[in-house]
Write a protein of this length. Structure first.
Length: 95
């Protein structure tokens, strides 16, 4: 699975939006899930992505933290977008 990561095309930087979720699988059943919380330039105008990451490993505790990467580095690291879960729709009642 890890080798497949190297052959995927990086995400287009303009496709990375606040609220998007991405995953990265490592050897040893380690999975990083990144949820984008901010995309924008720093004080020097360099675009960055701030994201909450949770790192999970089979049968071990997971940890979560907030990180920031340059936009291009984020796009190269997190290539697998996770489809957003559809929220259940409230039932409609006829009046």
């Amino acid at each position: 699975m890890l080798a497949a990561h190297w052959f995927k095309q990086p995400l287009k930087a303009d496709a990375i939006k606040v609220g998007s979720v991405y995953k990265l699988a490592h050897e040893g059943n380690i999975v990083e899930i990144a949820k984008v919380v901010d995309v924008g330039p720093d004080a020097l105008g360099i675009p960055h992505v701030t994201y909450d990451v949770s790192v999970e490993r089979a049968r071990l505790a997971k940890y979560e933290e907030r990180r920031t990467l340059g936009l291009q580095s984020f796009a190269e690291r997190f290539r697998d977008a996770v489809a957003p879960e559809k929220a259940p729709q409230p039932a409609k009642h006829d009046a």
